[in-house]
Design a protein around this ligand. Sequence first.
Ligand code: GLN
Length: 188
Amino acid sequence: MIGLLGLQGDYAAHGRMLEALGVESRVVKKPEQLAEIDGLIFPGGESTTLIKLMDSWDWWAPLEGFAAAKPVFGTCAGMILLAKSVSNPPQKSLALIDIDVERNGYGRQIDSFEGTGSFGVNGQTRELPMVFIRAPRISRVGAGVEALAECRGDVVMARQGNVLVASFHPELTDDLGVHRYFVEMIGQ
Ligand code: GLN
C-alpha cells in the first residue's frame, strides 16, 4: 500500500499511475495514517503552501521517522521538501537527500515545458517523456547520491538510499517507468 501525501497538489495523478501498475494507494491526510503504508509519494504543488500545512499539523517529525524506515518519492515541490538545501528563496526542508535545489530554476521564458530526457535504472538507459512545471533545478548532487535521469544537461531524477526525487512530473505522462521503479524500491 503506497501513501499519497494529500495536503495539497496533484496527488490524485500519482494514484492513477499506481492503479495502472496494479498497486493500491491511499491518500494520507493525517500523520497517524503513515503507520498503514509501505512507501509515500510527496506530490508537486506549491512548496511554501505545503510547508505551512506541515507546520500547522506537526508533520515534520512523523515524516522524518517514516523516511528513516521506508521509501519516499518526491516530485517537483515534493522534491523541494526532501532536498538538503533550497534556494531562490531559501526555505526549510526535511533534508533527507544530499542535493541542493533552486526553486523555479528554469527561468521565466521556459518556466514550464515538455521534453525528453534519458532515464537510466537497473543497467538500462532509455528515453523518457518529462513534464516540467515551474520546476526546481537540481544545482548540486552529493557524492552519495545516484543520478538516475538527465534532461538538457541537468540531473532531473536522483536517489539516495530510500529517498527518490524528480524535478519533473512523471505522473503527467503516460510512461509508468518512474512509478514502476519506486514500486520496486518498496519491494526490495
Ligand atoms: N514552483 C513550485 C514550488 O516552488 C513547484 C512547482 C511544482 O510542484 N509543479 O514549490
